[in-house]
Design a protein around this ligand. Structure first.
Ligand SMILES: [Zn+2]
Length: 298
């Protein structure tokens, strides 16, 4: 990713003079895109944020989301002896208003039109969806940037149906390698401030999907403890952070949303979770539980 930031600084000249907000289209013209949108912006990828959206797709035409200029593309055939990049075959396009779009994991074979010109119109074919690079199953990993910020593609693309509320499932208390679920009404012993995380996902229009959420608010014993949203990623001192300045490690713990190493009180405690998905469907869930503080046995 750092490489692309560097690359973009070489293409600072502005070929597009109009300043009106451009209109964008989805990079794949396909039916039921709401069911194919398998991963969203800002999700956990183990040790980093997912920086785009994933669309399940194989061998479909990939379209430029707006008029622009291809500023970079890389195909395995450019250098067959080089190790494969994580992004696989990829294309980067610069649009007006300092917006960039990127298309990853494309099938081998550069579009022949792009051999003669870098200029593309909206919906020009820039590749075919595939499974190149670090990808398990054919899909398009689609990124959008504005200036040097990575932005949620859903913030500029046409709206997608999502009539399902996000699910807040369980609280997870992690002590060393052991994980205990905290359910509403539980009563348990606690000796120290251990990490507590919460399982949340948004199934959307396909029940098997486990997608990320857009906004999160956590109240601990009736006070706002944490607030997060996933709209932008900004590189600060070598670390990607959300627009509110939170790093990956502040927002995720072992693949679940991280609440914190909470200082539970002896007696009753409450944790209230309020989440919104990208369509701003909202779910609130409250956990009340009783804690018996004990001394840890050495
Ligand atoms: Zn992806």
């Amino acid at each position: 990713m750092k490489y692309f930031i560097l690359l973009l600084t070489f293409f600072n000249s502005n070929h597009f003079t109009e300043s009106s907000t451009p209109e964008f289209i989805w990079a794949i013209d396909t039916a039921k895109i709401e069911q194919k949108l398998s991963s969203l912006f800002g999700e956990s990828r183990g040790d980093h944020f997912h920086n785009g959206v994933d669309i399940s797709s194989d061998n479909e035409k990939i379209l430029s989301i707006a008029e622009g200029e291809v500023i970079y593309s890389r195909y395995k055939s450019d250098n067959p002896f080089e190790n494969e990049h994580g992004s696989g075959n990829s294309v980067w396009i610069k649009h007006k208003d300092k917006i960039y779009s990127a298309y990853f994991h494309l099938k081998d074979g550069r579009e022949s039109k792009l051999a003669s010109t870098n200029l593309v119109k909206q919906s020009d074919v820039v590749g075919k969806s595939g499974n190149s690079g670090h990808s398990s199953g054919s899909h398009l990993h689609f990124i959008t940037m504005k200036d040097k910020k990575i932005i949620d593609p859903l913030s500029i693309l046409p709206k997608v149906i999502d009539s399902t509320k996000p699910q807040v499932n369980k609280l997870i208390l992690t002590i060393g390698k052991s994980k205990t679920y905290i359910k509403d009404g539980d009563n348990f012993n606690n000796s120290s401030d251990f990490p507590i995380s919460v399982e949340i996902f948004d199934a959307g229009e396909k029940k098997s999907q486990r997608r990320g959420i857009k906004e999160l608010e956590i109240y601990f014993n009736k006070k706002l403890y944490k607030k997060a949203s996933f709209n932008e990623l900004v590189l600060e001192q070598g670390k990607w952070k959300t627009e509110s300045g939170q790093s990956f490690d502040e927002l995720y713990f072992e693949n679940e949303y991280y609440i914190g190493n909470l200082h539970l009180l002896s007696g009753p405690n409450t944790i209230e979770i309020s989440v919104k998905d990208f369509s701003l469907n909202e779910t609130k869930k409250s956990f009340e539980f009783h804690v018996n503080k004990i001394k840890r046995k050495e």
